[in-house]
Design a protein around this ligand. Structure first.
Ligand code: NAD
Length: 367
């Protein structure tokens, strides 16, 4: 039976979800809310949605499923608004916020005693781009799509959501909202704080030591890449998960203090163990085994500095899920080849390795 889906917030996440829903359910009607006209126009013009509004409440009673793809604060205020609207019996409401406890708590508070099914969700894919113009039907491919069930979520709710979102080609998983926030504070929120602190420290330092800018290379780039993230989104993430993040900061201060003491004591063994343990731990991590949260499938090719080399390789790889291509300018021992090509899945990585090895005499390394 065709359903009516209402997506509130036609930004990167909302518009990409609309495209993914369309892919497997072309007969569903998709309604869209957006505050600004620009993303509404794009979403209509590109056929992502069938109808658009800037009045959130107006479409809500028509929907079988409502997905709030808005900043965390607005998600909570729209949950409050939905609780006072005359919605369809058995409607499912979900969201996409990067932190979950505050949103799930609000839903449990405002929807208590109402005929509403709610499931918190966090699609773990995205980028620094914003707005409907950046929408990508493949944004969620192979990414974890986390559901955080609560007292408002039944097994039927999860089944219907997984069916609705099948065209996203994501990996659905369920976890408790509080545990979600604890885990993401460690592997996502706190690393963002570290990256931005390191960037800020370096920028201040470089005012007095100009060469710091010039010498910053691969390691520094890897450590600070996420300092380019969107400030508004990260402000709301830190403020909506403050308790666990403060714990991570306190824990990290102790670790920094301990290595600082080892250095001041000249304790060679402790310093060696510090690095060795971290190396072993990282090597054992999911990101190394592929399939972890942000893993990509990378291939390194040693190519000569010749005209048309990149074009030739791209030509060979036509039709693969290539997501990124990077030219490593520094020729250093921790870099495995000049050209780094990233794929979305293991099959395409294997195929590319085969194509390049068969058709060229370049050295290919998969790591
Ligand atoms: P975006 O900036 O592309 O879109 C945000 C949407 O919210 C837009 O439609 C905007 O018009 C709307 N909006 C903003 N402020 C509003 C307000 N005061 N009133 C009404 N509408 C308002 O952002 P996005 O990346 O699509 O993020 C949406 C949600 O998804 C956020 O909760 C974010 O935490 C979450 N999320 C983002 C990513 C990511 O990497 N971008 C990943 C996972 C989850």
């Amino acid at each position: 039976m065709a359903k009516t889906i209402y997506i509130a917030g036609l930004g990167l996440i909302g518009a990409s979800m609309a495209l993914g829903i369309r892919r497997d359910h072309p007969d569903y009607e998709i309604l869209g809310y957006n505050r600004s006209q620009a993303s509404r126009d794009i979403a209509l013009k590109e056929g992502m949605i069938d109808r658009a509004t800037d009045d959130f409440a107006s479409f809500a009673p028509l929907a079988d499923v409502i997905i709030l793809t808005l900043p965390i604060k607005q998600t909570i205020s729209f949950i409050k608004e939905l609780a006072n609207l005359d919605l369809k019996e058995g409607v499912i409401i979900s969201d996409a916020g990067s932190t979950k406890s505050a949103i799930v708590d609000a839903a449990e508070q405002y929807f208590a005693g109402k005929h509403v099914r709610f499931v918190g969700a966090h699609p773990m894919a995205g980028s620094h781009k914003t707005g409907a113009a950046s929408a990508d039907v493949n944004l969620f491919e192979n990414a974890y799509y986390i559901f955080t069930p609560s007292s408002l979520t039944g097994q039927d709710t999860l089944e219907e959501m997984r069916d609705l979102l099948s065209g996203l080609h994501a990996r659905f998983i369920e976890i408790d909202a509080k545990e979600h926030d604890r885990v993401t504070s460690q592997i996502s929120h706190f690393p963002h704080i570290l990256a931005s602190s390191l960037m800020e420290q370096t920028a201040v330092y470089a005012q007095e030591h100009e060469m710091a800018r010039r010498f910053a290379a691969g390691g520094f780039r890897d450590m600070t890449r996420i300092a380019e993230s969107e400030p508004g989104m990260w402000t709301s993430i830190l403020l909506s998960n403050s308790e666990t993040i403060l714990e991570r900061i306190a824990d990290f201060k102790e670790r920094l203090e301990a290595i600082g003491q080892a250095i001041s004591k000249g304790d060679e063994e402790q310093i060696w163990n510090f690095f060795n343990q971290a190396r072993e731990q990282r090597q054992a991590m999911e990101i190394h085994k592929r399939g972890g949260v942000d893993s990509s499938y990378d291939l390194y090719v040693d190519v000569p500095d010749e005209e048309d080399v990149i074009l030739r390789i791209l030509e060979l790889l036509r039709g693969t899920s290539l997501v990124n291509i990077h030219i490593n300018e520094e020729n250093r021992e921790d870099i495995h080849g000049i050209l780094q090509i990233s794929f979305k899945n293991a099959q395409d990585l294997e195929r590319a390795e085969h194509l390049i090895t068969e058709n060229t005499d370049y050295t290919v390394v998969v790591k």
